[in-house]
Design a protein around this ligand. Structure first.
Ligand code: COA
Length: 139
């Protein structure tokens, strides 16, 4: 578990302008109703992860990220597919998430799972300031 947290921390720093630190990762894991899956390479290295909260009948997706060297290999798609199966079994009917308006890759990723952008939250993000697109998937 400690090794997984270190690997997640490294991917956070690589992929996000406001990365979660070690304590934030730990407290997210400990949060009641939270879930976190990791994807590993064939050699057992953590290549990506997904973090979500179960709030039946809804779930919130907080993070999905894959290390640069492992992107475009279907890792995030596998993590999201597993998460959808998990939350469905927990009586969840809708998944919500926010994403930076300018995060073209993440938006294409979520849209490939039929998430729909239902609105915007102005200046939701900082470093840099940016609107959030609010996405929803009805299961
Ligand atoms: C978004 C992210 C998680 C995708 O991870 P990934 O493992 O590379 O994605 P996958 O290989 O599973 O791709 C699944 C689908 O997403 C879409 N997609 C993924 N990367 C894409 C890209 N660079 N350009 C366009 N579409 C893309 C495609 O539809 C793709 O399906 P396809 O390969 O059959 O075309 C990854 O780019 C990442 O870590 N980004 C930085 C962190 C981030 O912004 N997270 C989201 C906000 S929390």
């Amino acid at each position: 578990m400690q090794a997984d947290i270190s690997a997640i921390e490294a991917i956070e720093r690589e992929q996000f302008s406001s990365p979660w630190n070690r304590d934030q990762i730990k407290s997210e894991i400990d949060f009641p109703g939270s879930g976190l899956f990791v994807a590993e390479t064939q050699s057992g290295q953590v290549a990506g992860y997904i973090s979500f909260r179960l709030l039946p009948p809804e779930a919130e997706l907080l993070r999905v990220a894959v290390s640069r060297e492992n992107q475009r290999k279907g890792m995030a798609a596998a993590l999201l597919a597993e998460t959808i199966e998990k939350v469905k079994s927990g009586k969840v009917r809708e998944i919500h998430l926010e994403v930076r308006e300018g995060n073209r890759v993440a938006r294409a990723f979520y849209e490939s799972f039929s998430f729909l952008c239902l609105g915007r939250r102005p200046a939701y993000y900082s470093f840099p300031t940016e609107d959030a697109c609010l996405y929803r998937l009805v299961l």
